[in-house]
Design a protein around this ligand. Structure first.
Ligand SMILES: Cc1cc2nc3c(=O)[nH]c(=O)nc-3n(C[C@H](O)[C@H](O)[C@H](O)COP(=O)(O)O)c2cc1C
Length: 468
């Protein structure tokens, strides 16, 4: 049973998906270089790296925890929404399964176990990486940042990088549209500070759920309970938001939303260093370390890294929701080279004129998918995961004047350094579907070339019998 970070590491080890690095390593750049090699060597199926001997520190580091798509597929239970939808369609509900899911969705809050942790007052014991050569400093890269809404008390969990300014002060890089930033804004309006808990190292369900692009207000620990099939166990944490009871490291502190400080550059998901910008500041008040803790870090940059694996997995996992909201969409794919917000392909089975645009508009308005900068719609005969197939559709189904729309002056992702102004720029929609008469195409759309199945089968047999 995987109920914490250690049992997850054991699972990876048993599956042959863990590399133990026992040679001494430097946390400045060297851990990144190792992790980079692992990610690039096997794209969606790379191994995790456990660094046992980090120069100057007693705490081991694990990176690339989620480099393997197979692992995520093995662990995460199918979303309940799948079952609900098929129940609605077949009018046959599995009430027992449904009830079990609903029970597992509710987090369980237990009394604090912090007495079993060692308390420190600064970050000095933590092996925090300097990831890339021109980073502004050292960054905590896979923290689960937990905040409580000052308005309604709801919890939010997100992964937001934290630049270490000194041993008790860090940046808090929650982008303006993210849950933590919304709570910070609410605190600003109330002229209050915001208590923040940061948990590093937990079971895979909690960490991956912190990345999941859930609607604001939906508790990520509900999602992790559903994915695990049993309730997430949170422990009380004094005046700070509760934390997963299986956390390796817990950092408590506060953000004063009126205080800002420059953050970055940081080697980002895009493959570029981020442009330094002002962000919130986090003040550390307590650091709690489990006995022999393991520190978790993530490395991102030009693909491939685990962010590509997590992003692809979550998109697949949540696809039933996306296709429920917009029934035109058959498939959706975000190529990792687009850092998940710059480039999006969808495929549709067009039933009426203009349906491709309808489908693209809905993506541009949907949660974190609305950060998409370039969206391309293709027909359902195109495999959007196959670059060659996508390029063929783009090249042979687009008349630029008719099929490309530029949308100016709209909200964009702060990650994208291309727009003239941060988080404000343009988007493009490309309709690469076949066009009909009602869409202004006055010729007969040509047939695509293909060979009948019976001929193919026959020739396949003959081909195999050839001596070559
Ligand atoms: C390795 C990694 C690092 C991330 N760093 C940030 C970050 O610094 N700032 C940010 O806003 N989102 C970052 N994200 C994405 C958020 O975690 C993600 O958008 C999540 O859904 C945010 O949760 P929220 O909607 O509850 O705010 C990162 C994701 C990963 C996988």
């Amino acid at each position: 049973m995987i109920d914490d970070l250690r049992s997850y590491i054991e699972y990876l080890s048993k599956k042959g998906r863990l590399v133990n690095v026992r040679a001494p390593v430097d946390l400045e750049l060297e851990v990144t270089a190792f992790t980079d090699i692992a990610g690039k060597s096997n794209r969606y199926e790379s191994k995790s790296l456990l660094f046992h001997n980090v120069k100057g520190y007693d705490i081991p580091i694990i990176t690339n925890l989620f480099g393997s798509t197979s692992t995520l597929n093995e662990l995460f239970k199918a979303p309940y929404i799948n079952e609900l939808l098929s129940g609605i369609k077949s009018q046959h509900f599995n009430l027992i399964e449904g009830a079990k899911t609903m029970l597992s969705a509710k987090p369980k809050i237990v009394k604090s176990n912090l007495g079993n942790y060692t308390r420190q007052e600064s970050l000095s014991a933590l092996p925090i990486l300097k990831v890339w050569p021109n980073d502004a400093g050292r960054f905590i890269t896979l923290p689960m940042v937990i905040t409580r809404s000052p308005n309604d008390g709801s919890l939010n969990v997100g992964i937001y990088r934290m630049q270490v300014y000194d041993e008790t002060t860090t940046g808090m890089h929650w982008q303006a549209q993210k849950g933590g930033a919304i709570h910070s804004q609410e605190a600003l309006e109330k002229k209050k500070t915001l208590d923040v808990s940061v948990a590093i190292g937990s079971d895979p369900y909690n960490i991956v759920s912190a990345v999941a692009p859930l609607p604001h207000g939906m508790n990520e620990f509900v999602f992790s309970g559903i994915a695990r099939g049993s309730s997430t166990i949170l422990m009380e944490n004094g005046k700070y938001p509760p934390v997963p009871a299986n956390s390796e490291i817990i950092i408590n502190g506060y953000v004063d939303p009126s205080e800002k400080r420059m953050e970055g550059p940081f080697g980002d998901h895009t493959g570029y260093y981020s442009i330094p910008e002002e962000c919130d500041v986090f003040h550390v008040e307590n650091v709690y370390l489990k006995k022999k803790p393991i520190y978790v870090a993530s490395v991102v940059g030009y693909p491939w890294h685990e962010d590509a694996v997590i992003g692809k997995f979550l998109l697949e996992y949540m696809k039933p929701l996306i296709t429920m909201v917009n029934e035109s969409i058959i498939d959706i794919f975000l190529p990792p080279e687009g850092a998940f917000t710059n480039l999006c392909f969808i495929s549709i089975k067009k039933r009426f004129p203009g349906e491709a645009k309808k489908a693209m508009f809905s993506v541009l308005g949907l949660g974190q998918l609305s950060f998409t900068k370039m969206i391309i719609a293709v027909d359902d005969d195109i495999d959007i995961r196959d670059q060659s197939s996508g390029m063929w559709a783009l090249s042979t189904r687009v008349d630029p004047e008719r099929d490309i729309q530029i949308i100016k002056n709209t909200a964009t992702d702060t990650l994208d350094h291309v727009s003239n102004v941060s988080a404000f720029g343009s988007k493009v929609m490309i309709d690469a579907t076949r066009k009909g008469k009602a869409e202004g195409y006055n010729r007969e759309w040509p047939q695509t070339i293909s060979m009948p199945d019976d001929i193919l089968k026959e020739v396949d047999k003959k081909w195999k019998s050839l001596n070559h």
